[in-house]
Design a protein around this ligand. Structure first.
Ligand SMILES: [Zn+2]
Ligand SMILES: [Zn+2]
Length: 399
């Protein structure tokens, strides 16, 4: 994808959102469309598949704040200009050929220099960027065609249980986003055949054209700037090397991952065009809470556990057996321990990078809802025996 595609394609219309739509609105619109148009939901429907690709492409740009700004600036710069015929290259170059509606080169530079904020000079997304994208390769290697464009990043999510999140796990993820076509390996050519070098541009993807005193390079029309001609397209992807078929990926979730964190899979996003690298896949990890254990907010490598104890256990002291994630440990409660106190059991938390978190055990007194008669009598005589002890003495004395 190049900026020339950007000028021709209305990504906002593709997603059915206003051009000032918030990132959230864009995301919502994309999710809805992606669900409706997904190839799994429309088997054999080429139209839906084409729309699915278009919607994914639009989202790839509009979901990326930097790309979206570049896109808006590019569109603003060329809006209303007659320089570009729809889908047909650069009919008049940058001359004023288009019935006075067009702008000339000086005009173009003037607009770019003094135009929208951020469009001038060396600012990101500025003129250099725009012209670089249009006419040349931005510092790309010799094997990269002028249509080179890094693939869009893709977002997905998965759910794992608490124990897997603590220990790390390999999870199979079914992914519906566009990816490298597995049938042709992304070349776009039927397996067994190879694309040939475009004779018009000798594989460069650019041809020269002179316009008055200026010489321009513009994308080769015969190969659409890719530098390659595919005589025998792959039946799976139709020649663009991108498949929307559901893929299954193995995601290695690292030990200690927290709910909502993202795992990045480099190069597993949308394939790049013209030799550019693929985008990345970001997988959000949703962790199902555990019935007993939690993660400490202060240090997520520490696990938390609340253990009910009796009043005599706290007052007299005792040793209780408490569960850890793998087994059990004995916890010594000293005499006179207050309810709500937390004990640290070393080394029984999240293990990662050669370090280990702890298990934080909070004891909490459990009050029986019913007592039989002997117990009630015993408790009453206990109350009688300790009536000198007033836990609220400080509280009221200070008032
Ligand atoms: Zn293919
Ligand atoms: Zn060519």
């Amino acid at each position: 994808m190049t900026q020339r595609d950007w000028i021709e394609k209305d990504f906002y219309r593709e997603l059915g959102v206003a051009s000032d739509a918030s990132a959230d609105e864009v995301k919502k619109a994309y999710r809805k469309l992606a669900r409706e148009l997904h190839p799994d939901a429309n088997p054999g429907d080429a139209k839906a598949e084409a729309r699915f690709k278009a919607v994914s492409e639009a989202y790839g740009v509009l979901s990326d704040e930097k790309k979206r700004r570049e896109y808006d600036e590019t569109r603003a710069l060329f809006a209303g200009g007659g320089g570009f015929g729809p889908g047909g290259g650069f009919p008049g170059g940058f001359g004023s050929g288009a019935g006075g509606q067009g702008f000339d080169l000086n005009d173009l530079f003037a607009r770019a220099g003094a135009g929208t904020p951020g469009a001038g000079g060396a600012a990101p997304g500025g003129l250099g960027d725009i012209l670089g994208g249009l006419f040349g390769n931005r510092g790309a290697g010799p094997t990269t065609s002028p249509r080179a464009q890094r693939g869009a990043d893709v977002e997905s999510e998965l759910r794992i249980d608490f124990v897997d999140a603590v220990r790390g796990a390999e999870v199979q993820l079914r992914l519906a986003a566009p990816g490298r076509c597995e049938r042709c390996g992304g070349t776009g050519a039927r397996p067994g055949s190879t694309p040939r070098t475009c004779p018009t541009c000798s594989g460069v993807g650019l041809v020269s054209r002179s316009q008055g005193a200026f010489a321009f390079s513009e994308p080769c029309r015969d190969c659409r700037g890719t530098g390659r001609i595919i005589d025998d397209p792959c039946s799976e992807c139709g020649g663009d090397g991108v498949s929307t078929r559901t893929r299954t990926l193995t995601v290695r979730v690292p030990a200690g991952v927290q709910n909502g964190q993202q795992v990045r899979l480099k190069g597993q996003g949308e394939p790049g065009r013209g030799g550019a690298p693929a985008g990345d896949l970001y997988v959000k990890v949703n962790v199902t809470p555990h019935r007993l254990f939690g993660r400490s907010e202060r240090n997520p490598d520490d696990l938390t556990l609340t253990v009910p104890v009796t009043y005599p256990e706290l007052v007299l002291g005792s040793t209780v057996t408490v569960p850890t994630l793998d087994s059990t440990v004995s916890l010594k409660i000293p005499a006179g321990t207050a309810s709500g106190r937390t004990f640290r059991v070393r080394g029984r938390g999240v293990q990662r990078r050669g370090k280990s978190g702890d298990l934080l055990v909070t004891v909490e007194v459990a009050v029986p809802s019913r007592l039989d008669e002997p117990a009630t009598e015993a408790l009453q005589s206990y109350a009688e025996a300790t009536k000198e002890y007033d836990p609220r003495a400080d509280l009221l004395g200070g008032a």
